[in-house]
Design a protein around this ligand. Structure first.
Ligand SMILES: *[C@@H]1O[C@H](CO)[C@@H](O)[C@H](O)[C@H]1NC(C)=O
Ligand SMILES: *[C@@H]1O[C@H](CO)[C@@H](O)[C@H](O)[C@H]1NC(C)=O
Ligand SMILES: *[C@@H]1O[C@H](CO)[C@@H](O)[C@H](O)[C@H]1NC(C)=O
Ligand SMILES: *[C@@H]1O[C@H](CO)[C@@H](O)[C@H](O)[C@H]1NC(C)=O
Length: 725
């Protein structure tokens, strides 16, 4: 009887063409997102699963409509598509925004209706997220709560192929234990793992505690599970050829070459692709990893030559390297696809066409996807006949090292991305975000992910930016018309200035105060000091009333650059009075920067270091090890003999006051000494003093707070009144 009822019900549902599933597990996953994000609005949504789209080059689909009883019905072919639909509703119907650092989730009451049913599909099979370096500059200290939030952000923004590098060291350790290879001197400290993994360095700021190894793997399991629930395919690490330095103690006849040094770091060790150990290590690692992570989604990253020159130019050798790497994946997973960062092709002259082709062509065409990592500035697909006819993902890199500052190339991205879509029809398999660090300039990333579901480029960038401002502040919901106009104007001004960069500079312009002081500073690490837009028009505009911390910091940096120029010229003309006056000015600016940064925990060293220390498992020694790792990465980075690098500098409270200010004090002191005694500036003595100062600070045990002080807008007003009136 029961069986018959069931069959009848089944027949009815077939007859009615019912293809929606409301009890699918992905409905619960999508609901879980709403519970976390909008606990007060759970009841206005209804979720349903629909089949994937069937058109050619259509990958995911979502639908939105308002039901007769006023509910918002969200349909998608998986939980990720439902999340994208939810974001569509929030962005375009409620003027809401989910963003790094802060959300605007003030949904109007009653909640807006959708007039006509919406159905959207995407032509992008892969929506890639992260860079190997993001796991150092941004995510290294994250706990599950922070990851959960980021995965929600990814889902809302349609990401379906995130790089998942967390926790792999535990598996490497087990792999090398099994093969009786010592890892002594191999792993770097946690903050530097991205470069350890890519074979750029070994041992630096290491080692890793066993507590770190196991808790990170636990975290990785949670990350992978949630990503899969949303229908994402996490990209897992695979063996790229770099091995521990003491491998030869166990395998004296193994063929290992020492690579050229990377920066100041001594050469690392690369295993010959034809050595039988190559497959053993690769296969052991990947089998253990997919076992630990409950399977695989068949996507793997391995970067053998990221900023590393291969030991041989021979095409045959390079083909062997890539076919060996691919083979170690294939032996474990016959559906393996290799995802490789193409950064090396964008920056390294070594890779002339036949050489690059040899590396790429040794992997079956459909099992390799190149990430065109810096496509908004140095696209590789255009220079290599679309990666010699391989698949690629168009990525925006945008940020280097998490260096701060307003910056973006929105109009360029708009043009270049759609040119790629229309030209590289057979090879482009998706879009991606490959920033080295997140949590800055969110508009740039919002723009790229907003393109996921579009077929045409944005016709009017000013309109797009108006809408962005509306979403950011929920303007049309509740603000006066004046406020709406003002905020839109502010963002259009930012679009015409910092977000319309047309130079090829690597990320935002640098802040002079963060540079190691000197008489001829031209940049901070790779960031030029030169500001490519008219800062003055920003300072003088009404924008200042609407601004927030970053613009304030940017204005102070611009001011600091002017003052620095006066310091330079007063030193050159030996005007001691003026030199002192301008030095004092620069210090006052730095004090105000510190004060401003202290008003928001996202701009405080204490936030970064306290999240690092949480990974110490209560061990005091490990705590200070993690604290110095955390400080090192965002300040001097590399070893003292090479001088401070500032590649990943930050404008954070704590760093400004306790690192930058003392450095400039030393500089002023040495300059005065030179001026008063009429002798040249003693560069060597200055360098020694600064190095000592930097290192003492990196390893000092001063505690930094993650408690905010003062009100951002109040401080900005004071700054504005003092400097700009
Ligand atoms: C292993 O290689 C290192 C680096 O090349 C070398 O210094 C060491 O002597 C070698 N050890 C053995 C046991 O061969
Ligand atoms: C492992 O993956 C399967 C699907 O392949 C899933 O049903 C199961 O819940 C997962 N187990 C864990 C512990 O995540
Ligand atoms: C961006 O700058 C270019 C010139 O480099 C200009 O032609 C274009 O109109 C600007 N776009 C916007 C949106 O300001
Ligand atoms: C300052 O440095 C730049 C770039 O390194 C160089 O071209 C210029 O000549 C230097 N100026 C002085 C005054 O040393």
């Amino acid at each position: 009887m029961i069986k018959q009822v069931f069959i009848v019900a089944l027949l009815i549902s077939i007859a009615l063409g019912v293809s929606v599933h409301v009890n699918d597990p992905s409905v619960d996953v999508a609901k879980g997102l709403v519970f976390r994000l909008l606990p007060d609005h759970v009841n206005i949504f209804k979720f349903e699963v629909i089949p994937p789209p069937s058109g050619e080059k259509e990958y995911d689909v979502y639908e939105l409509e308002t039901s007769t009883d006023g509910l918002i019905i969200i349909r998608g072919n998986n939980a990720g598509s439902m999340a994208a639909a939810l974001n569509h509703y929030l962005k375009y119907h409620c003027f809401c925004q989910v963003s790094w650092g802060a959300d605007n989730l003030d949904i109007p009451k009653p909640h807006p209706k959708i007039k006509e049913k919406i159905r959207v599909t995407t032509i992008h099979k892969h929506r890639y997220y992260m860079n190997t370096c993001t796991h150092g500059y941004s995510t290294v200290w994250w706990d599950w709560k922070r990851w959960e939030r980021e995965i929600d952000w990814m889902a809302l923004n349609s990401i379906n192929a995130p790089l998942m590098f967390t926790g792999q060291e535990k598996i490497w350790q087990e792999t090398y234990d099994e093969l009786k290879i010592s890892t002594k001197g191999f792993f770097s400290g946690p903050a530097f793992l991205p470069w350890n993994r890519m074979g750029n360095l070994i041992g630096w700021a290491g080692p890793l505690s066993s507590h770190w190894l196991s808790t990170q793997l636990d975290l990785a399991k949670q990350i992978v599970k949630r990503e899969r629930e949303f229908g994402m395919k996490p990209i897992l690490p695979a063996f790229n050829g770099y091995v521990p330095p003491r491998l030869n103690e166990t395998y004296p006849s193994a063929k290992v070459v020492q690579m050229k040094q990377w920066g100041a770091f001594p050469g690392t060790y690369f295993l010959d692709p034809l050595d039988p150990l190559f497959q053993r290590i690769g296969v052991t690692f990947l089998s253990k990893l997919s076992q630990a992570l409950n399977g695989t989604d068949h996507l793997y990253n391995a970067d053998p030559f990221n900023e590393m020159t291969p030991p041989s130019k021979e095409e045959q050798y390079l083909s062997k390297v890539s076919s060996s790497i691919y083979s170690s994946m294939y032996q474990v997973d016959s559906h393996a696809t290799w995802i490789m960062q193409a950064w090396f092709l964008a920056v390294d002259d070594f890779w002339k066409p036949p050489v690059a082709r040899a590396l790429l062509n040794a992997v079956p065409r459909d099992n390799l996807i190149m990430l065109d990592l810096y496509a908004e500035v140095s696209p590789v697909w255009t220079e290599t006949s679309e990666f010699y006819d391989h698949h690629f993902i168009w990525c925006m890199l945008h940020n280097f090292g998490g260096r701060p500052g307003l910056y973006g190339k929105l109009p360029d991205v708009n043009k270049m991305l759609f040119k790629s879509i229309s030209t590289a029809k057979n090879t482009m398999s998706g879009i991606g975000l490959s920033m080295e660090a997140i949590e800055n300039n969110p508009i740039a990333y919002d723009f790229v992910t907003d393109m996921t579901w579009r077929r045409e480029q944005v016709a009017d960038m000013n309109e797009w930016v108006n809408d962005y401002a509306d979403r950011r502040y929920g303007l049309p919901n509740k603000k006066s018309n004046d406020d709406v106009a003002l905020a839109r104007e502010a963002w259009r001004l930012l679009l015409s200035g910092p977000y319309n960069c047309s130079t090829d500079q690597m990320g935002a312009s640098g802040s002079v105060v963060a540079a190691t002081p000197g008489l001829n500073i031209t940049g901070v690490s790779f960031a030029p000091l030169f500001i490519y837009y008219d800062v003055k028009s920003h300072l003088e505009s009404r924008l200042i009333n609407m601004i927030w911390l970053i613009v304030g910091m940017q204005c102070l940096s611009a001011l600091a650059l002017d003052v620095y120029k006066n310091i330079q010229s007063s030193f050159a003309s030996k005007n001691v009075e003026l030199f002192r006056k301008e030095s004092e000015k620069l210090k006052r600016i730095m004090f105000d920067m510190e004060k401003l940064a202290s008003t928001n925990k996202n701009f405080m060293l204490g936030t970064w270091t306290s999240s690092a220390k949480k990974w110490a498992g209560g061990d005091e020694l490990e705590k200070s090890h993690l604290e110095s790792n955390a400080r090192l990465l965002v300040t001097t980075w590399n070893s003292p003999k090479w001088g401070a690098w500032e590649y990943a500098y930050r404008m954070w409270s704590g760093i400004i006051m306790d690192l930058y200010v003392p450095r400039w004090d030393i500089f002023f002191d040495e300059c005065e000494e030179a001026l008063v005694n009429n002798v040249p500036f003693d560069k060597e003595r200055f360098n020694n003093r600064v190095t000592r100062n930097d290192w003492a600070w990196v390893y000092s045990d001063w505690e930094y707070t993650d408690q905010e002080t003062g009100d951002t807008l109040e401080v900005i007003k004071q700054i504005y009144d003092y400097y700009f009136y």
